[in-house]
Design a protein around this ligand. Sequence first.
Ligand SMILES: CC(C)(COP(=O)(O)OP(=O)(O)OC[C@H]1O[C@@H](n2cnc3c(N)ncnc32)[C@H](O)[C@@H]1OP(=O)(O)O)[C@@H](O)C(=O)NCCC(=O)NCCS
Length: 161
Amino acid sequence: MDNIKLRNVHENDANFIFSIMNTDSILDSLNEIPTQLGDWEDAIKEWKQDDDEEDYVICDGDTPIGWIGVNGLSSSEKIAYLKLAAILPDRHNKGIGHYIISQVIEMLRQRGYSKIALYTDQDNRKARACYSKCGFEVTETLTEEMSNGRIVTRCKMELLL
Ligand SMILES: CC(C)(COP(=O)(O)OP(=O)(O)OC[C@H]1O[C@@H](n2cnc3c(N)ncnc32)[C@H](O)[C@@H]1OP(=O)(O)O)[C@@H](O)C(=O)NCCC(=O)NCCS
């Protein structure tokens, strides 16, 4: 994992995020719908001005291979949320998710957050396995209509810091 690093998202990452977020298997796992490049250009500008959220690109050396976002950072309860994690499909199941999420957990612990929470689909076994390895536990299940119209059973997972 020596070459795997996190860096802050910047505006010229819009193309990469546009590309990964329109990959069929990623759209399917997230129950999302296709987006335009401009959506991500706008989103990155908004994230940069939002104290509640931070977004990072996961790189192998200089090459982007995924991204991860956290929000809830301004909450008075000091509860952060893992908003999204997405890694290029050909890099899955190699421990990169566990490695990067563990770094984010440690960074939030050092900044005084008391808990990290996230929502994922109950049938997203890869994501659930990755989050469990990182120490998250399912605390709630709920049903939600997703962006693509599917009605999905979702899990809230939490980790006390
Ligand atoms: C979720 C995601 C970020 C995890 O990253 P990753 O680098 O693949 O994660 P890791 O390799 O650290 O862990 C994946 C684990 O899932 C396990 N796994 C894979 N498929 C599985 C399945 N069908 N059932 C159970 N476990 C499974 C792997 O064996 C691995 O566990 P192990 O290391 O104990 O063998 C990545 O897969 C991804 O980008 N998925 C698409 C987007 C997505 O679903 N994001 C999450 C939204 S909440």
